[in-house]
Design a protein around this ligand. Structure first.
Ligand SMILES: Nc1ncnc2c1ncn2[C@@H]1O[C@H](COP(=O)(O)OP(=O)(O)OP(=O)(O)O)[C@@H](O)[C@H]1O
Length: 282
C-alpha cells in the first residue's frame, strides 16, 4: 500500500550539495557543518501492507515526524521514491496531490489542530464541507464517527471546551471523515495522561483493524509501539535501524541501540494476542 524506497530528506540552503555529501559512504562532517546541513531522513526504505499498523519509533530528532510527512508529501523528499498503491506520488501535480490527501489519507497530530470555536460535529464534518458534501449528509457522517470514537451525543459541544483526550478523539473522527484508506498519526496520544492514553490506544487499535486502515503511527514510546503495532520501525539519526514485530525487536535486537531501546519495554498487551505474545517473550 505504502512504499518508500531509499528516501532522503535533508534540510539546509543547498539541498543538492548536502545530499551529495550525506550520501557518501563516509560523509565529511566538516563539509556538512559548513553547509549547515541537517539530515532528517537518510535512505529509508519501508513497505507498509494494506491494513497494517506500523509504528515509527526512535529518540527525539531521529526522523520519525519527517518520515511520516514524506508519505503524503507534506515534505518533499530530497531523493528517493514514494508510492501509494503502486502509483508514484512524487509525479502528482498540485490538484492530484490535493485529491490524494483529501480522499485517501487522514492525518492526526499531537496538537489536534481543531477549530476551537466550532462545534465538535462541525469540526469532524469540516473535511466533508470542504469537499462540498451536503450539510445533512456530512452531519450524519460526523455523528456516526463520533459514536465510533466514544463521543456519542457530544456533537453540539464547543470543541474548545473538551478535555485533551476528548479533543484527540475528535481529531481521529475528523481524520476518518473522508473514509481514507491510510492514516498518518504523529504522536497523537503523547500529551495525554497514562490512563486516558491507554484507553485511546486500545480503542484506536480496535478501530483501525475493524476499519482495515493502513496506519503509520509515530511514537517515541516503546511501550506504546509494542502494544499497538503489527511492526515496529526503529529509527536513529534519520536511518531505519531495524524493522520487525515487537517480539523480533525484543528477542533479536539488531544492535546495542535497539537493545537499549527495548530493554525496559513492557510486554505487549496480553489482551491483544495473549498466547502468541506471551510465548514469544517467555
Ligand atoms: N523544517 C526543518 N528544518 C530544519 N531541520 C529540520 C526540519 N524539520 C526537522 N528537522 C530536523 O530533522 C531531524 C529529524 O527531526 P524529526 O522532527 O523528524 O525527528 P523526530 O524523531 O520526529 O523527533 P521528535 O520526537 O522530537 O518529534 C532533527 O534534527 C530536526 O531538527
Amino acid at each position: 500500500m505504502i512504499e518508500l524506497e531509499d528516501v532522503w530528506k535533508v534540510f539546509g540552503a543547498d539541498e543538492r550539495a548536502i545530499l551529495r555529501e550525506a550520501r557518501r559512504d563516509a560523509p565529511d562532517e566538516a563539509v556538512l557543518k559548513r553547509l549547515r546541513a541537517v539530515v532528517g531522513v537518510a535512505g529509508a526504505s519501508l513497505s507498509v501492507g494494506k491494513g497494517e499498523l506500523v509504528c515509527l519509533m526512535g529518540l527525539s530528532g531521529s526522523g520519525k515526524s519527517t518520515l511520516v510527512r514524506l508519505v503524503n508529501r507534506l515534505l518533499e523528499p530530497s531523493a528517493g521514491r514514494v508510492r501509494i498503491d503502486g502509483g508514484d506520488i512524487l509525479s502528482l501535480g498540485p490538484k492530484a496531490l490535493r485529491e490524494l490527501r483529501s480522499r485517501r489519507i487522514g492525518m492526526v497530530f499531537q496538537s489536534h489542530a481543531l477549530v476551537a470555536h466550532l462545534s465538535v460535529r462541525d469540526n469532524v464534518a469540516l473535511p466533508l464541507e470542504i469537499r462540498g458534501v451536503a450539510r445533512t449528509k456530512r452531519e450524519d457522517r460526523a455523528d456516526e464517527l463520533l459514536a465510533r470514537v466514544g463521543l456519542d451525543g457530544l456533537g453540539d459541544r464547543r470543541v474548545g471546551a473538551l478535555s485533551g483526550g476528548m479533543q484527540q478523539r475528535v481529531g481521529l473522527a475528523r481524520a476518518l471523515a473522508a473514509d481514507p484508506d491510510i492514516l498518518l498519526m504523529d504522536e497523537p496520544f503523547s500529551a495525554l495522561d497514562p490512563l486516558i492514553r491507554h484507553d485511546l490506544q486500545t480503542q484506536f487499535m480496535a478501530l483501525s483493524r475493524e476499519l482495515g486502515k493502513t496506519t503509520v503511527f509515530v511514537t517515541h514510546d516503546v511501550d506504546e509501539a509494542f502494544r499497538i503495532a503489527d511492526r515496529v520501525v526503529l529509527m536513529r539519526a534519520g536511518r531505519i535501524v531495524q524493522t520487525g514485530t515487537a517480539e523480533a525487536l525484543a528477542s533479536r535486537p539488531a544492535d546495542d541501540y535497539v537493545r537499549r531501546f527495548v530493554r525496559n519495554a513492557r510486554l505487549p498487551a496480553c489482551d491483544a494476542q495473549p498466547s502468541a505474545r506471551v510465548r514469544a517473550f517467555a
